[in-house]
Ligand binder design. Structure first.
Ligand SMILES: [Ca+2]
Ligand SMILES: [Ca+2]
Ligand SMILES: [Ca+2]
Length: 471
């Protein structure tokens, strides 16, 4: 990338040298205005404890001290030593060296905030020149200032330490008796070359990680969090050798289910697809403190079988507001309506499912209710099997033949009855979609969950398999 000075510039430089020599100022910085466009460039890297992948700011100020407009002005970075200082191409803006370049009128000055990154600390500090130049530059001597970016020295380590407490009295501070002992804390760096450290809190809830290698991103996870507390989900932490994480206070709270109860019911036992269902959701503060920031989040799983509820039915408990308040012992009731979704016609069920949360704390109770959506009928086929070889799954020859199987409602009313064939398979013909239970007659006893979800195609999951053991 060597450039040859145009003849006009050499002449200009020669005249300048003569002028300065006459004035006795040959070693001083020239404060002149050369004939033609003459950009003067300064560059300053931001100070900081820079780590690999940090976006390091680099301010480049460009002033046209010449008497002519500078055109086709572009910038680039020339490396001298250390790791490559990568400037994102789009950070250059109109200075991008594969674009058309920009222009500066005489006297015009602009500052560009570039951002660069390095990928390693192992090669010392990056040293480079930022070169900004246009066509017909009168004096190139002040167009490429040298910059050194100060990185955190390779091999730097840091201490990460703190205290973990369970805020039983809800005052947001560690109080006597709130130390959480024996909790495993896992620090994990970003990649590449992931560093992982594990520590356990001592009898007073304290933990220490010594000599942690610097990294801009350590996740903090608690593996063996004690029963009854909400995992606090702390971090991530930047560890850069400044010792800023040596007195962490990590608060764990009780789950909201300790303080709130919620329930839901629907106005009818069954609905048609597209019909409107109205639910009543009741939320009660069963604690002895005022609860704030409350809200209700419905259809949490997005499975398409939950009532489609227009927003604006929850007042202060609206998810967009999160401003619900309940005094100790206070109960609030919401009437909410929603449309029975299309998919409910295939599953036989419409659900109202809402969790109650407080701000970012989603450990509250679920309010759930379901209504029937009768309609489609399907042949419901499956197999009764017994695990002869003990491998936990049905194999050839493990079907239970010639046995009566019944399908009953959740309140135990007979819906359908069938008999298994020689391979243990049986079909309940033309059963209405919905949720049922399987029962087995005779000398067999069912194992595990006997719930049968009768779902119409295309959502049908496949045949049912019911394990039994000799009763
Ligand atoms: Ca210049
Ligand atoms: Ca406390
Ligand atoms: Ca088996």
């Amino acid at each position: 990338m060597r450039r040859i000075l145009p003849e006009r510039s050499i002449r200009a430089l020669g005249a300048l040298t003569v002028a300065l020599t006459l004035a006795g100022l040959v070693t001083a910085a020239p404060a002149h205005a050369a004939a033609g466009p003459d950009l003067r460039v300064t560059a300053t890297a931001g100070q900081g404890r820079w780590l690999p992948n940090d976006e390091i700011p680099l301010d480049v100020t460009i002033t046209n001290v010449g008497d002519t407009k500078a055109e086709g002005v572009k910038g680039e970075v020339w490396m001298f030593s250390g790791p490559y200082f990568a400037v994102r191409p789009d950070a250059w803006g109109d200075l991008y060296n594969r674009g058309a370049g920009t222009s500066f009128a005489p006297g015009e000055s602009r500052t560009y905030r570039l951002r660069g990154t390095v990928s390693t600390l192992a090669q010392g500090d990056p040293v480079f020149r930022v070169r900004v130049i246009g066509s017909a530059e009168a004096d190139e001597s002040d167009n490429d200032p040298e910059v050194t970016v100060g990185l955190v020295p390779a091999g730097t380590t840091d201490r990460v330490a703190g205290h973990l407490y369970g805020d039983a009295d809800h005052n947001g501070l560690p109080s006597p008796g709130e130390d959480l002992a024996g909790v495993e804390i896992r620090l994990r760096s970003g990649g590449p070359g992931v560093i992982e450290r594990v520590a356990t809190t001592d009898g007073s809830g304290r933990f220490t990680f010594d000599a942690v290698p610097v990294d801009r991103y350590y996740s903090v996870n608690f593996d063996s969090f004690p029963e009854g507390w909400v995992n606090p989900g702390f971090g991530p932490l930047r560890v850069d050798g400044a010792g800023q994480h040596t007195a962490l206070e990590i608060r764990a709270g009780r789950p909201l289910t300790d303080s709130l109860q919620a329930s839901a019911r629907l106005d009818k036992p069954s609905y048609a697809v597209g019909g409107i269902a109205t639910g009543t959701v009741t939320v009660t503060n069963i604690s002895d403190r005022r609860l704030t920031g409350l809200w209700a989040g419905c259809d949490p799983a997005g499975e398409g079988v939950h009532l489609e509820m227009p927003s604006g039915q929850w007042g202060d408990f609206d998810p967009a507001k999160q401003a619900g308040v309940l005094a100790p012992g206070q109960r609030v009731e919401f009437k909410v309506s929603g449309k029975v979704p299309h998919k409910s016609g295939y599953t036989g069920r419409a659900h109202l499912t809402c969790y109650i949360a407080s701000g970012a704390d989603t450990s509250g109770p679920l309010a759930q209710a379901a209504g029937k959506v009768p309609g489609k009928r399907v042949d419901e086929r499956g197999q009764l099997w017994t695990d002869k070889n003990g491998n936990g799954r049905p194999d050839t020859g493990e079907g239970v033949p010639n046995t009566t199987v019944t399908l009953v409602t959740e309140d135990n009313k007979l819906v359908s009855l069938t008999r298994t064939d020689a391979t243990g398979f049986a079909t309940f013909p033309q059963v209405g979609v919905g949720v049922y239970r399987l029962r087995v007659a005779g000398q067999w006893r069912t194992v595990g969950d006997t719930t049968a979800y009768v779902i119409a195609p295309p959502y049908r999951l496949g045949d049912w398999y019911q394990q039994v053991v000799p009763g």
